[in-house]
Write a protein that binds this ligand. Structure first.
Ligand SMILES: [Zn+2]
Length: 465
């Protein structure tokens, strides 16, 4: 091992590594890209010392599904239904995106993620109509400096449901141009439509293409009415399930479909906030854990909800507890079914597993990549620190993220991201937002589009989609 050594000195260390456990006080030694050692007192090695007293040291969060390109449109769908999101955004404003808008959205979303302690982001990129759009999306992920998985999802033209258009063949060029190795900070996956949005023949084609290219697969299933069409059963009959698929949402899948996912070794990404906001159904957290699937967590889209993992963890835990507490006899239960440690594991190690990166990140383990977050506790939100994991999940927020390391590189310290990327991301996003809404003036179907919170698009009826 070579490279600069950094010693994170005397923090409260949550490793999420069951073999190591947690430490009230410990040192974490980083060398180059990797964690070299963790222990109560590593002495005075030749290293740059970061004073971690008063900090919680934990693995960086992993967001396993985000439509990052939408970040410049944050907030506009706060009071929209799913049907309005489809007409206003997914099949509306999306058509007005030039490659520079894709770049601006991806940069803002990725920098926002990093600023809040998300060190790995799966970018579910389904508005890349041209090669230039894909190039812009990938470039923004690299420029943001976080660990990312670019999940190529084609353009909106592939989403005329039910689509008989095969996945955009440009996926092959993107892989060859940017992702010749799986051992990079940014890697690649394929975001496929699956049987809810494409015909079964096209879905089979898309999955075979992903597997031919050696790309992991992410697919929406079980969201709202679309999800009641037994998408997993139909895939299973064709022998297409596998451990290389991450199933996104899963709210309205039948229990036997969840068992089929478990039996095939597949992983799951749930987005509790968006699922309840858009009407996908109750988060499937408890139904998944009962069949042996520990889900990962995702933000999904920032056009209505927030972009950080703290809110997502809180909503995941709160909704499952509400569901549990509605069960007969709930008041006599000896213990909760889902702990704050479970939820923190969903946001870290299970996210890494869903991205196929659990050998590299997700826990603080010597030998793994040093993707690390330090949270301040010298504030009224976290003092006194009586239950570090419980308080991280229930009481922490992005404003407490003091320091962030990605692959051993300090990208944020003292509560500020290094370099000019944050200012640049914000500047480009505002310019892109202005340009997008200016273009709506020449688009009859979007003539009433405007920022400010008063635009209410006519909804697509999702039962027809
Ligand atoms: Zn999604």
């Amino acid at each position: 091992m070579s490279g600069e050594r950094i010693l994170l000195k005397q923090g409260t260390v949550i490793t999420m590594d069951d073999g190591l456990g947690d430490f009230d006080t410990a040192d974490v030694l980083v060398r180059g890209e990797v964690i070299e050692a963790i222990g109560p007192d590593l002495g005075e090695p030749d290293a740059r010392v970061v004073d971690a007293r008063g900090m919680i040291v934990l693995p960086g969060f992993v967001d396993t599904h985000r439509h990052t390109w939408q970040a410049s449109l944050r907030g506009i769908a706060a009071d929209w239904t799913l049907g309005q999101y489809m007409t206003g955004l997914h099949l509306g404003l999306s058509a007005l995106f030039e490659p520079e808008d894709t770049y601006a959205g991806n940069l803002l979303g990725a920098v926002e993620a990093l600023d809040s302690g998300i060190t790995t982001l799966l970018d579910w990129s389904h508005n890349v109509d041209t090669a230039e759009h894909s190039d812009a999306a990938v470039r923004a992920l690299y420029d943001a400096g976080l660990r990312a998985v670019f999940a190529h999802g084609g353009g909106a033209g592939m989403y005329q449901v039910p689509s008989d258009v095969p996945h955009d063949a440009d996926v092959r060029r993107v892989r060859d141009r940017y992702f010749s190795s799986a051992d990079q900070l940014v890697t690649m996956a394929m975001a496929v439509r699956g049987p809810q949005f494409a015909s079964l023949e096209v879905t089979e084609h898309d999955l075979r293409l992903a597997r031919e290219l050696g790309l992991p697969i992410s697919m929406h299933v079980g969201d709202g009415e679309w999800g009641r069409s037994r998408p997993v059963t139909r895939l299973n009959k064709l022998g297409l399930l596998g451990p290389d698929i991450t199933y996104v949402h899963c709210n309205t899948l039948a229990d036997d479909e969840l068992r089929d996912i478990a039996d095939s070794g597949g992983t799951v990404s749930i987005a509790p906030d968006i699922e309840m906001q858009m009407g996908h159904g109750w988060p499937a957290t408890g139904r998944l854990t009962r069949v042996g699937i520990r889900p990962s967590l995702s933000i999904d889209t920032c056009v209505s909800n927030s972009g950080h993992m703290f809110g997502t963890m809180q909503i995941c835990l709160a909704t499952q507890r509400a569901i549990d507490n509605e069960q007969p006899g709930a008041s006599d239960r000896p213990a909760v079914s889902l702990s704050s440690r479970d939820v923190l594991s969903f946001a870290t190690v299970e996210g890494a597993r869903a991205c196929g990166l659990d050998h590299k990140v997700g826990t603080l383990t010597p030998g793994k990549q040093a993707d690390i977050v330090l949270l301040r506790t010298d504030n009224t939100a976290l003092t006194p620190l009586n239950n570090p994991i419980g308080q991280v999940v229930y009481a922490a927020h992005p404003g407490l993220v003091d320091t962030v390391l990605v692959a051993g590189r300090v990208v944020k310290s003292g509560g500020r991201l290094h370099g000019d990327m944050e200012a640049r991301a914000r500047r480009l996003a505002v310019a892109s937002r202005d340009a997008l809404f200016a273009r709506t003036r020449h688009t009859p179907t979007l003539s009433d589009a405007r920022p400010g919170g008063t635009w209410q698009p006519a909804p697509l009826r999702t039962s027809e989609a």
